[in-house]
Design a protein around this ligand. Structure first.
Ligand code: IMP
Ligand code: MG
Length: 181
């Protein structure tokens, strides 16, 4: 285990099971219609979750990417959502977007993005998050698919960073507090 990690919250096996369960739900909900499922990865934190999820989803899907920022190098949200890379598709009105996010904290990012994509003309928008910290909510928001709820802890790994580090860990762990003290 990495020396900066206090404890592992979700092992690679835990995450594999969690993502299989979400993929099965997605398959059920998006199967057999005229739907055009687009998995929309929110960079950078969702990249590992997205990669695993898209391998497990069996219904036909396309993928796309957006990059937003609401955090700097801190462990608290800035409150603003900035779009750094936008989705650029001409066929949004034919797309059933499933936003793939790493973690929900204040709820601002997904609340903002859901409205943004609907305003931009997407046929439908749902949200999927690997982790959720419901106790941290500032805006009223709940995702359609949730891997697991966690307490108010700062976690890293499996795409999640602290100051751009630890994204490459194959598990999700709690960072030792001395690392950001
Ligand atoms: P929200 O807009 O406040 O819901 O923030 C969601 C974003 O905050 C996520 O996409 C992450 O980038 C970041 N974030 C929130 N909690 C954590 C955490 O525990 N570890 C790493 N990043 C986090
Ligand atoms: Mg982040």
């Amino acid at each position: 285990m990495n020396n900066d990690i206090e404890k592992v919250l979700f092992s690679e096996e835990d995450l594999d099971r969690m993502i299989s369960r979400i993929a099965a739900q997605v398959d059920k909900d998006y199967s057999g219609s005229d739907k055009k499922l687009v998995l929309l990865c929110i960079l950078k934190g969702s990249v590992v979750f997205m990669g695993e999820l898209m391998k497990k989803v069996n219904v036909p899907c396309e993928i796309d990417f957006m990059k937003v920022s609401s955090y700097g190098n801190e462990t608290t949200s800035s409150g603003n959502v900035n779009i750094i890379l936008d989705i650029s598709r001409k066929d949004l009105d034919a797309c059933d977007i499933l936003i793939v996010e790493d973690i929900i904290d204040s709820g601002r990012t997904l609340s903002y993005l859901s409205k943004y994509l609907l305003n931009k003309g997407a046929r439908s928008v749902r949200t999927c998050t690997m982790l959720d910290k419901p106790s941290r909510r500032v805006v009223d928001f709940s995702a359609d698919y949730v891997g697991a709820e966690i307490e108010d802890l700062f976690v890293v790994g499996y795409g999640l960073d602290y100051a751009e580090r630890y994204r490459d860990l194959p598990y999700i762990g709690v960072l030792k507090s001395e690392v950001y003290a």
